[in-house]
Design a protein around this ligand. Structure first.
Ligand code: NAP
Length: 283
C-alpha cells in the first residue's frame, strides 16, 4: 500500500487559523523582516512570509536594503529594531552578502525577538531542553509528526543533514521526544545502513533524490525537507519511489515548506507573548 501523504498545506492552514484566533486575544503584534540585496530566491521567501503574516493579521514590515550596505549599518538597524516596542519579531533573511558576518548579524538580534531561533542563546536553550524560540522548519516537522500520531518515543530517528537551521535542531527535538537519534552527513560511511534502520527518516540535504527508495525502511515515516529546483519543477531529497515502502511521507512541494512559514507565524506570537510576560523561559 503506498504511503499516506502528510498534507503540509492543510496543516499549515490550520496553524494560520490558530494564530489568527490567538492574535485576537493578544492585540497588535509586529514582525519585521530584513532583506539585504536582491537575491531572487530570498525575495520569493520574504514575499511568502509577508503574505502569510499579513493574512493572519500580523503587522508585517518588509525592510529592503541595498547589497552594498555596511555591516555596521545593518547592526545599527537591528539595534533600532530591538529597541522598537512595536516590533515583536525580527528576521534577517539569509544568506547575507559575503562582506557581512552572518553570525554577528544573528547575534545582534534580541533573543526574545529572534523568531528564526538562530541566536546562540536560543540554540543553547534548545540543546539544554529548555523553552526557547525554535527554528520554524524543525518545529513544523514535530507538529506534522504529532498531527499524524507518529510516535517519536522509542522510535529510531535518522536525520540526514547537520545544518544549524534544520539538521541539528530537529535532532534535538526528536531527542526531546525520546527518539533514539542518529545524525548523518556528507562524511557518513554507508548512509543506507543508517537510513534503513529509521522508523522516522528526516532528509535535509539539498541534493535531488539523494535518498533512494531502497534506502527507506518498510513502514517508515519520511520527512523530506529538501527543496531542489530543476527545469521540471521543485523536487525533494527523497526519490518518489520511497512512497511505495514508507507508511507516511511528506510531498514536495506541499509538505515541509508551507509548515515552515506557518510556524514562523507561531514563533512571532511566542515572541510577542514572551515580551508581554505571558510565557516564561523565553527572554
Ligand atoms: P545545508 O546547510 O547545505 O546542509 C546540508 C547538509 O547535508 C550538510 O550537513 C551536509 O553535510 C549534508 N550532506 C550533503 N551531501 C550529503 C550526502 N551526499 N549524504 C549525506 N549528507 C549530505 O542545507 P540546509 O539549510 O539544512 O537545507 C537542506 C535542504 O532543505 C535544502 O534543499 C534547503 O533548501 C531545504 N530547506 C527547506 C526548508 C523548507 O521550508 N522546506 C527550510 C530549510 C531548508 P556536511 O555538514 O558534512 O557538509
Amino acid at each position: 500500500m503506498p504511503a499516506q501523504l502528510i498534507d503540509g498545506k492543510a496543516l499549515a492552514a490550520n496553524v494560520r487559523e490558530e494564530v489568527a484566533a490567538e492574535l485576537e486575544e493578544l492585540g497588535p503584534v509586529g514582525l519585521t523582516t530584513v532583506l539585504v540585496g536582491d537575491d531572487p530566491a530570498s525575495d520569493v521567501y520574504i514575499r511568502g512570509k509577508h503574505k502569510a503574516a499579513t493574512g493572519v493579521g500580523i503587522n508585517a514590515n518588509d525592510i529592503r536594503l541595498p547589497a552594498e550596505i555596511s555591516e555596521e549599518e545593518l547592526l545599527q538597524l537591528l539595534a533600532d529594531l530591538n529597541a522598537d516596542d512595536g516590533v515583536d519579531g525580527v528576521l534577517v533573511q539569509l544568506p547575507l552578502p559575503s562582506h557581512i558576518d552572518e553570525a554577528k548579524a544573528i547575534e545582534a538580534i534580541d533573543p526574545v525577538k529572534d523568531v528564526d531561533g538562530f541566536h546562540p542563546l536560543n540554540a543553547g536553550r534548545l540543546y539544554l531542553g529548555r523553552p526557547s524560540l525554535v527554528p520554524a522548519t524543525p518545529l513544523g516537522i514535530m507538529r506534522m509528526l504529532a498531527e499524524y500520531r507518529i510516535e517519536t518515543q522509542g522510535a529510531r530517528a535518522v536525520v540526514v543533514g547537520r545544518s544549524n537551521i534544520v539538521g541539528k535542531p530537529i535532532a534535538h527535538l526528536l531527542l526531546q521526544g525520546h527518539a533514539t537519534v542518529t545524525i548523518c552527513h556528507s562524511r557518513t560511511v554507508d548512509l543506507q545502513r543508517h537510513t534503513l534502520d529509521a522508523d522516522i527518516l528526516v532528509a535535509a540535504v539539498g541534493h535531488l533524490h539523494v535518498i533512494g527508495a531502497e534506502m527507506v525502511k518498510a513502514g517508515a515515516a519520511v520527512i523530506d525537507v529538501g527543496m531542489n529546483r530543476t527545469d521540471e519543477g521543485l523536487f525533494g531529497d527523497v526519490d518518489p519511489g520511497a512512497a511505495e515502502r514508507a507508511a507516511y511521507i511528506t510531498p514536495v512541494p506541499g509538505g515541509v515548506g508551507p509548515m515552515t512559514i506557518a510556524m514562523l507565524l507561531k514563533n512571532t506570537l511566542t515572541a510577542a507573548r514572551a515580551r508581554r510576560g505571558l510565557v516564561s523561559g523565553v527572554s
